[in-house]
Ligand binder design. Sequence first.
Ligand SMILES: NC(=O)c1ccc[n+]([C@@H]2O[C@H](COP(=O)([O-])OP(=O)(O)OC[C@H]3O[C@@H](n4cnc5c(N)ncnc54)[C@H](OP(=O)(O)O)[C@@H]3O)[C@@H](O)[C@H]2O)c1
Length: 248
Amino acid sequence: MTTTLAGKVALVTGGSRGLGAAIAKRLAHDGAAVALTYTSSPQKAAQVVRDIEVAGGKALAIRADSADVEAVKHAVTETVNTFDRLDILVNNAGVAVVAPIDQFSIEEFDRLVAVNIKGVFVATQEAICHMGEGGRIIMLGSVSSDFITPYVGLSVYALTKGAIASFTRGLTRDLGSRGITVNNIPPGPIDTDMNPADGSFAVEVTKLTALSRYGQADEVAGMVSYLASPEAAFVTGASLKIDGGSNA
Ligand SMILES: NC(=O)c1ccc[n+]([C@@H]2O[C@H](COP(=O)([O-])OP(=O)(O)OC[C@H]3O[C@@H](n4cnc5c(N)ncnc54)[C@H](OP(=O)(O)O)[C@@H]3O)[C@@H](O)[C@H]2O)c1
């Protein structure tokens, strides 16, 4: 444990698996009390909480579907009620559907927009009610938003992550006068359930990276840790790619 974020409280959406779990553990390691949301993996969420507590940290798992406005609002309220404040919001929860445009259903389109865009809007709007000077909003975008969309079927996912990139820039202006920073992390391929390093696109995607490998969730968590820290106070409106050089 370190003390960079001692006394701070973070909410990580989608913290039961993958990037969100690594981010929740890293922020707790840095000294923050951490709330994390989940939808379908209560046991995995509970394990993340246990791991944090065993390491000496404070954590809370909250079931909250990011597509459900009231559930997201409740997650913010429960975080504040439990830990008395909220300093850091990590908008991590996200879903991907890979299908070419002529096969993309309206239902799947609505789900991606609800989770990847509306959920981020609601969490952010609620969270800023509790944030003061030094507040941090960190988005998990994607390099597919405005850098590279490397294979067929990513158009709608890229659309939602493009919205996050634009939202980040607008929010930066809305919240700058309050001393709240807003940044976007667009990762390249990171080995998680969403994009496993042995999945069907892995060979093709690995070839695009300069480092010839997938990234690890802990590597993204390190970047979140920096953006959440006091050291990053002058970093806002940034899009910090972490993609193994896929776009070099
Ligand atoms: N992995 C990559 O290569 C990559 C690259 C670029 C961007 N990203 C972005 O990074 C973020 C995390 O991705 P990941 O790879 O860690 O994904 P993942 O392995 O699929 O994990 C997704 C996490 O989000 C949660 N989640 C999913 N739908 C949710 C919903 N409706 N409400 C609340 N939580 C929900 C899941 O909770 P449950 O366990 O309860 O389902 C899980 O904790 C996403 O926004 C993704 O788009 C990932």
